[in-house]
Design a protein around this ligand. Structure first.
Ligand code: ADQ
Length: 734
């Protein structure tokens, strides 16, 4: 069997495809990601899936695929689809929004469909190459839908996703028109990686606010799996960067620059020409610094390298014009015959040549308005070797949370940045101690370490996913023959057999649920437990030969009999001690409400601000527990509700009675969907029958033995079981 491989998926393959017709050739074009993964690729079997960077007509795709064979698996994109997917949806909507720089959002539905379509095409390409046991690592926001698409394909591979850009605050995120789909897409991964803790927490907040999904600090439980959140700041390869400086042409360049700027201090900016990088703000700060510090006017130079980027997008062309104008203005105002204050290079230059610039620069001036990490800050530190330098760094770059020792600035505060430049130029020699802290980070958190750590956490996350409950496959997992004596089925209703709905009037069972209960009842003793009143249950199920339990345990109607009298219970304490507390919580928690049931009181907080509600629910639970200590009442904390009811009138106590009443059976099946239902599971598992099946609806994070993802899945498993048992009866010898 082939060795399991790592499949890396990114929008672009790390190569440039050139040529045409049947004659294609490939030039390596390794970006930061390819460099970061090089060491991993040397150690394990490796495939890259991505767009080859050029439009290839359909008839020439086989030849292009052949040319690319040893570099990766191409995903060919139609020009128009690419425009909508990349330029429009990715670069004009998600990019500015995630960087918190969007003005008015322009949501283009066609572009959204193209975004979805391209993600589907990538999913199809991955499906073609993935084998069980391979690891899939998806990169960046353009492919945010891919993890969920791959999960839906049931590939049996760990799926990782890394977001290279920031994740915005939920206030910003919730303005995204496709906000649910993007979150669900990312949540398909076993591990979602971010550069900083802040982004991971903002992602959690958005999951809570937008999807109503509660989470732990590092995990989010989904119906079918657990998505882990990881903080993995990317690194660079310091050895490669050090090696650049030994190249003869780089040495020559360094010497040339040194003699050119012999009498001057050098401030350096290296950026993609992108409006998130804060280039105008940097130029304005430099201008103000020169204006306020005339003594420096001919003694300092700002070298700004800005590689052209996304020139197909209007905002980028406008930025280029703005930067050109600013450079012209500042050079016009402060330049002399012998001195140009800003050396502006609007080109992409070889990475090796950047290292000469890094080494000549006294100060690296890195001022993004928002940046996932910022590799330039790390490269500057790595390139300088033993020689310290000063890094003036925007506090809005992810790198700011890793590079203690940098001089942090708010790039929106131009005057302050001018002050920091002035201070830094005064003490360029005093930077060793602060530089050493940055050096240590850059050398210990290399790109190789970054990739290894991510992949290790992904492997662990996937492994932990195997533990816990097993997916219920009723027909396959259990006996093919109807157990004798008659098996016992105890099924919760709301959220278990039928999805929860906001309106009570719409909660009635659909035809499939009705039929499966009818069919099951011909083979087994069946009980349905619900919070509804006897009247409602009677109207739904009155003509079925099944048992009914009303108000989550208040009374049991046996199959084929009438409802017994409702129990007479003394609820004085409920009304004197609990009711005022709940009323107080309703008053102080907007959106929450009180429900009075015949045997219980329930505080619901589904419509409340989720963060406030979580705090209040915890407080309420603690307060009620202490108020009711020693009394015969139970406090149940369920999904968005807290309920108080007599201890002997709970679902668990009724299940206890039912299991005892059916002591002849060796087969007990119980399903529920809420944490409070797990008490029923414990009773069933303790019952010492040959076969006990406890099934949680909504995920594997349960004390139950099995799980399904949804009520529909449970119903279809029950249908399968009924049909298996019926066919076994039909073929059984007379
Ligand atoms: P980018 O937005 O591309 O990446 P950045 O981290 O700054 O941003 O990396 C830019 C890279 O391009 C650096 O390696 C730099 O050396 C190089 N570069 C810039 N200008 C250049 C020029 N003129 N010539 C040659 N090379 C140039 C995204 C996120 C970042 C995150 C990275 C990695 O936006 O926040 O750090 O991914 O995760």
């Amino acid at each position: 069997m082939a060795e399991p491989k790592l499949i890396v998926v990114s929008v672009r393959l790390p190569v440039r495809l050139e040529g045409g017709g049947s004659d294609w050739h490939v030039a390596a074009s390794p970006g930061g990601l390819a460099t970061a993964l090089r060491a991993v690729a040397e150690r394990r079997s490796f495939t890259w899936v991505g767009w080859p960077g050029i439009d290839v007509p359909y008839q020439h795709q086989p030849a292009a695929t052949e040319a690319l064979k040893e570099y990766g698996v191409p995903v060919f994109l139609d020009h128009d689809v690419y425009q909508g997917f990349y330029e429009q949806f990715s670069n004009r909507l998600i990019w500015p929004l995630f960087h918190n720089t969007s003005g008015r959002l322009k949501f283009d539905r066609a572009a959204w469909y193209q975004f979805t379509d391209v993600n589907e095409q990538f999913a199809a390409a991955v499906r073609r190459v993935a084998r069980p046991g391979d690891t899939i690592w998806v990169h960046d926001y353009q492919l945010a839908l891919l993890p969920q698409m791959l999960r839906a394909s049931k590939l049996e591979c760990p799926i990782g996703f890394f977001l290279h850009i920031p994740f915005p605050s939920h206030e910003t995120y919730r303005t995204l028109p496709a906000r649910e789909e993007i979150l669900h897409g990312m949540l398909g991964a076993d591990l979602i990686g971010f550069h900083t803790y802040e982004y991971a927490q903002q992602f959690r907040s958005s999951c809570l606010r937008v999807l109503g999904l509660e989470s732990e600090r590092e995990t989010i439980a989904l119906p079918g799996h657990l998505a882990h959140l990881g903080v993995h700041p990317i690194g660079v390869d310091p050895e490669e960067i050090a090696a650049f400086s030994q190249l003869p042409e780089v040495r020559d360049q360094f010497e040339g620059l040194r003699s050119r700027f012999r009498t001057k201090k050098v401030i350096l900016g290296v950026d993609r020409l992108d409006y998130t990088k804060g280039i105008p703000e940097k130029l304005l700060a430099f201008e103000e610094f020169l204006g306020r510090n005339p003594q420096w006017q001919t003694k300092v130079v700002l070298v700004q390298v800005a590689s052209p980027s996304r020139m197909g997008v209007l905002e980028y062309r406008e930025l280029k014009r703005e930067v050109d104008e600013l450079v012209g203005r500042i050079n016009g105002r402060y330049g002399t015959f012998n001195h140009t204050p800003i050396v502006y290079i609007n080109q992409t230059i070889p990475r090796s040549h950047l290292s000469a610039l890094y080494r000549i620069a006294d100060i690296a001036f890195v001022t993004p308005l928002r940046d996932g990490m910022n590799l330039v800050a790390l490269e500057y530190v790595a390139a300088r070797g033993d020689q310290p330098g000063i890094l003036v760094l925007s506090e809005f770059a992810g790198a700011a949370s890793c590079l203690a020792g940098s001089r942090l600035v708010n790039p929106h505060n131009i005057s302050l940045m001018a002050d920091v430049l002035a201070e830094s130029l005064q003490d360029t020699d005093a930077a060793e101690a602060e530089f050493q802290q940055m050096r240590e980070f850059v050398h210990s958190n290399t790109s190789e370490v970054w990739a290894d750590r991510f992949l290790q956490q992904l492997a662990n996350a996937h492994e932990s996913h195997r533990s816990g409950a097993c997916r219920l496959q009723a027909a396959a997992d259990f006996t093919r023959h109807v157990p004798q004596p008659r098996p016992l089925f105890i099924l919760d209703y709301g959220g278990t057999l039928q999805p929860h709905v906001p309106k009570v009037s719409e909660a009635e069972p659909d035809l499939r649920v009705y039929r499966v209960l009818r069919d099951l009842a011909s083979l087994a003793s069946v009980y349905v437990i619900s919070a509804r009143s006897p009247d409602v249950l009677e109207s739904w199920f009155g003509d079925l030969p099944i048992g009914l339990v009303c108000e989550d345990g208040a009374a049991v109607k046996q199959p084929g009999t009438d409802w017994p009298d409702m129990p007479q219970i003394d609820l004085t304490e409920l009304h004197t001690l609990v009711l005022p507390v709940l009323q107080d919580f309703v008053r102080h928690t907007p959106g929450s409400k009180l429900e009075r049931r015949r045997v219980s009181l329930v505080w619901h907080y589904r419509a409340t601000d989720p963060k406030l509600a979580a705090l209040r629910a915890k407080d309420l639970y603690a307060q009620l527990e202490s108020t009711l200590r020693g009394l015969n009442f139970t406090v149940l904390a369920g999904a968005r509700f807290v309920e108080v009811r007599p201890t002997d009138i709970t679902k668990s106590s009724v299940v206890e009675q039912l299991v005892q009443a059916h002591d002849e059976t060796d087969f007990v099946f119980c399903a529920g969907n809420d944490k409070v239902d797990e008490g029923m599971f414990e009773v069933v598992m303790r019952s010492q029958r040959d076969t006990t099946i406890t099934c949680f609806v909504g995920g594997k994070d349960t004390v139950g033995q099995y799980f399904v993802e949804s009520p529909a899945e449970l119903v279809s498993e029950l249908e399968g079981l009924v049909s298996l048992w019926r066919s076994s009866m039909a073929t059984a010898p007379a």
